[in-house]
Design a protein. Structure first.
Length: 264
């Protein structure tokens, strides 16, 4: 079962320096945070969608469609019911739905989907080793970079182990589709015990492997691949800074792209 997001490719985004990809990740996060109007937030989302098209990574995004859909739906429902604005379209007791609150809820849903989609795009075009090397080259302490790299490795590993455990239990006759939703959720809880045991064993083996190799976070390291920024990287960085400057001017200078409802 392939649960890793990265896929090899020769696209423009794949060939970028990992430091450029990290900077672009921060640029997109910043753009998404600047606006809380659905139209402007949708524009940032379309920019992320363009990245998926260039990287040919839509298949990776499609694997998370249910999660992204739930995030968008919950945001679109919860925010309009907990905020008030004008004009009011519907009211029942302490709850009301207004155009401003609905717009804010839609913007927050698009923002959440954009955040997760940006992370999926980044992991789809960047190797784990490149992330570690890129973080170190931008002066992130090696223990921090190594911890992040290890976490990115362990999460897919544990997800794959969980899927293997469930498949093994199903082959032994366990029916996880029977009963109502609460019963089905309860049937998944016992599967956490073997997964926890696997996680403890795996992390223990990882610690022993590091000790056997004399791992020292403070020891200077060399790299097989030397990173070097090229014209494409400078162009992407310049374009990202331009977009950030334009977005700040639109948001603060022109006071556009904001919906500010009040809490009930």
């Amino acid at each position: 079962m392939n649960i890793f997001l990265y896929s090899d490719g020769e696209t423009l985004i794949h060939r970028l320096d990992p430091r450029t990809k990290l900077a672009s990740l921060m640029f997109l996060f910043t753009l998404a945070l600047l606006f809380n109007h659905p139209l402007y937030s949708a524009g940032v989302g379309l920019l992320v969608g363009l990245g998926f098209s260039v990287a040919k990574a839509w298949i990776r995004w499609w694997r998370f469609r249910w999660l992204l859909g739930l995030l968008f739906i919950f945001s679109g429902i919860i925010w309009p019911l907990t905020l008030k604005g004008f004009p009011v379209w519907w009211s029942a007791g302490p709850f009301q739905i207004s155009r401003e609150a609905l717009g804010y809820g839609l913007a927050m849903g698009i923002r959440l989907v954009t955040f997760v989609s940006t992370g999926i795009l980044f992991l789809s075009v960047t190797r784990n080793e490149e992330i570690t090397q890129g973080l170190i080259r931008i002066k992130v302490p090696y223990p921090v970079a190594f911890a992040l790299s290890t976490a990115l490795r362990l999460v897919p590993t544990f997800v794959g182990a969980g899927a293997t455990i469930i498949q093994a239990q199903r082959s032994r006759g366990l029916d996880l589709e029977k009963g109502n939703i609460f019963r089905r959720v309860g049937q998944f809880i016992p599967q956490a015990v073997p997964l926890l045991i696997y996680a403890l064993r795996y992390t223990n083996f990882l610690a022993m492997a590091l000790e056997c190799r004399g791992f020292d976070p403070g020891f200077p390291r060399t790299w097989y691949r030397e990173l070097k920024l090229g014209p494409k990287d400078y162009g992407v960085l310049a374009g990202g800074l331009f977009l950030i400057g334009l977005a700040v001017f639109v948001r603060l200078g022109l006071s556009l792209g904001a919906v500010i409802p009040q809490r009930l």
